[in-house]
Design a protein around this ligand. Structure first.
Ligand code: ADP
Ligand code: NI
Length: 215
């Protein structure tokens, strides 16, 4: 029963996000779903809540829908239609609304399931996949690969994070390199280690080439 709801939700999300070009495509959702199950099992979380939140987490993002409120009410409508109990719907919606990074200005709901899904989403923002997504996103909003005239912003509002000009390489310092220490669960902390190291090696090589100091 719950498994059927998970699978029909996956199908709905897949058809909605196919063709999305900013790095929020179905394959991102599929990876987050898979990692959320892996982490959720290890941490003994409620896998029904974890899977629904992982699958639906980007459908309320203001980068994808007109407004977060509209996205939330669509998700609510979908889950009610699937016969999901109201306490589960409420939990899933709370997770989705509190898990996004938004320049470091959001506060995650404290449940184990919220922690698991946020960790799975964050793992997909780092490592080789995170690097690929960062450049894809930067390209989709017209940001350059690297522009030394920008400074790395330490503190920023959600609006500044979204709207001010920056470069893909700056995004590593403003977000990606911070994520390792922001992981919630022991399982994700361990999974993040290798991905984090790979980004450091990548940046080292990037700046070596940039400064023309190879060999
Ligand atoms: P957020 O919670 O910060 O909105 P998302 O998960 O929605 O992050 O972002 C989608 C992907 O795009 C992530 O891999 C993220 O690191 C990347 N991204 C977000 N903002 C930028 C940016 N200004 N420049 C480059 N990549 C970005
Ligand atoms: Ni996501």
């Amino acid at each position: 029963m719950n498994e059927e709801i998970v699978l029909s939700t996956a199908e709905m999300v897949r058809s909605k996000l196919s063709g999305e070009g900013s790095g929020h495509d179905w394959f991102h959702i599929e990876r987050v779903w898979r990692n959320a199950v892996k982490i959720g099992k290890a941490e003994k979380a409620d896998l029904f809540v974890v899977q629904l939140a992982a699958l639906l987490h980007d459908l309320a993002d203001d980068k994808i829908v007109a407004s977060e409120a509209e996205g939330v009410s669509e998700i609510n409508y979908w889950l009610e239609g699937e016969g999901v109990p109201s306490n589960v719907i409420e939990h899933v919606l709370t997770i989705i609304q509190t898990m996004s990074f938004k320049g470091g200005n959001n506060h995650l709901y404290g449940s184990l399931e919220a922690k698991v899904v946020q960790d799975a989403d964050r793992l997909d923002a780092i490592g080789a996949i995170g690097i690929a997504r960062t450049f894809t996103y930067a390209g989709s909003v017209g940001s350059p690969i690297f522009d030394p005239q920008y400074t790395v912003r330490e503190e920023m509002t959600k609006k500044e994070y979204r709207e001010e000009k920056s470069s893909a390489i700056h995004h590593f310092y403003e977000k990606l390199l911070k994520l390792k220490d922001l992981m919630n669960t022991e399982t994700a902390i361990q999974m993040a280690e290798e991905r984090h190291q790979f980004m450091e090696i990548y940046l080292e090589q990037f700046f070596k080439e940039y400064a023309d100091e190879e060999g």
